[in-house]
Write a protein that binds this ligand. Structure first.
Ligand code: IPM
Ligand code: MN
Length: 347
């Protein structure tokens, strides 16, 4: 029997609620499908930081490396630990250390979910660069606390980094509807984004079957709202992709529906699966967090592990749940009852 070892990092706030729900669904589908999932939980979080002074132990990355995949809830408790510490101590180092350079985030409406737009017939796959760009962490501050203070944050775009994310996106487009939108801002950013456009054009020559269009990020934001059905695969830098995927979440009914995968396409290290939403401290542990984004992320994990049929079973169960109006309106159904409905729909 096939067996996969999964590292579970529920993290903070509702991350714990939704990871628990996703794990119940994943374990059940594994039983039905004839493979085993073994979960090992890591308590790394802001509470862990308060106890130990670090978001994860010094050998945390090495502890995760042997796993087949990582399922993460969410990280952050800004009232207790500044985000700049918690995110740079756990989530972002994992993405970088395991070269999870492709963050993939699907944006479509599950049946029964009403989005804020008139358009309902869209199916977008956002491919976000996940290891460099505006998130490189290069920079510093001088003359801190004085009137002469300076803060510098330098984006870093490497040929290797830009080429691999664009290539990944071209490949995705080829497997979908053959359309790629490359997000730029080369009218204002004359170094990094002109470079991004050049590499887009270079790769386009290798993919004559993919129709590629470059859009400036501002125009893309408008397009996501005005004509989302015109988009197939959208590829963007780290920060542009971050912003666009919250917009994508909004048009698919909210952050409770937005799933994501941090993929290491070479499979030289584990990939990580997590909902796009944060830890939502205001509704933590009151039992009303929507587990759908986390469950959907779990389906993406199974797909990555090669368990396509089981992943399809989860997506079908989610659709059978939302079409009945369960989990579709924020705050209406409890985490437990949404999870129970998905579990029942698996059979
Ligand atoms: C996301 C989140 C993170 C990001 C934050 C929490 C650092 O917003 O996964 O989209 O910006 O990547
Ligand atoms: Mn984000």
């Amino acid at each position: 029997m096939k067996s996969y070892s999964i590292a579970l990092i529920p993290g903070d706030g509702i991350g714990q609620d939704v990871t628990d729900a996703a794990w119940q669904v994943l374990s059940t589908v594994a039983r039905h499908s004839g493979f085993t999932l073994t979960g090992t939980s890591f308590p790394w979080s802001c509470a862990f930081y308060k106890d130990t002074g670090a978001m994860m132990p010094a050998d945390g990355i090495e502890a995760l490396r042997p796993f087949d995949a990582i399922l993460l809830g969410s990280v952050g408790w800004p009232a207790e630990v500044p985000d700049s510490i918690s995110l740079h101590g756990l989530l972002l180092p994992i993405r970088k250390a395991f070269v999870q350079y492709a963050s993939i985030r699907p944006h479509r409406l599950l049946p029964g979910v009403e989005g804020p737009l008139k358009a309902s017939d869209f199916d977008i796959l956002c491919v976000r660069e996940n290891t460099e760009g505006e998130y490189s962490g290069a920079g510093g501050r001088v003359h801190q606390g004085t009137e002469d203070e300076v803060a510098v944050e330098t984006s870093i775009f490497t040929r290797a980094g830009v080429e691999r994310i664009l290539r990944f996106a071209f490949e995705q487009a080829r497997q979908r509807r053959g359309k790629l939108a490359s997000v730029t801002k080369s009218n204002a950013q004359k170094h990094s984004m002109v470079f991004w456009d050049e590499v887009t054009r270079q790769l386009a020559a290798e993919y004559p079957d993919v129709e590629v269009t470059s859009y400036h990020i501002d125009a893309m934001a408008a397009r996501v709202v005005m004509a989302p059905e015109s988009l197939d695969v959208v590829v963007a830098s780290n920060l542009f992709g971050d912003i666009l995927t919250d917009l994508g979440a909004a048009i698919q009914g909210g952050l409770g529906f937005a799933a994501s995968a941090n993929i290491n396409p070479d499979r030289s290290a584990p990939s990580m699966f997590e909902p796009v939403h944060g830890s939502a401290p205001d509704i933590a542990h009151v039992g009303i967090a929507n587990p759908i984004a986390a469950i959907w992320s779990g389906a993406m994990m199974l797909e990555h592990l090669g368990e396509r049929e089981a992943a399809g079973m989860i997506m079908a169960a989610l659709e059978r749940t939302t079409i009945r109006g369960i989990g579709t309106v924020p705050g209406k159904d409890r985490t437990r009852s949404i999870t129970a409905a998905v579990l029942a729909a698996l059979d």
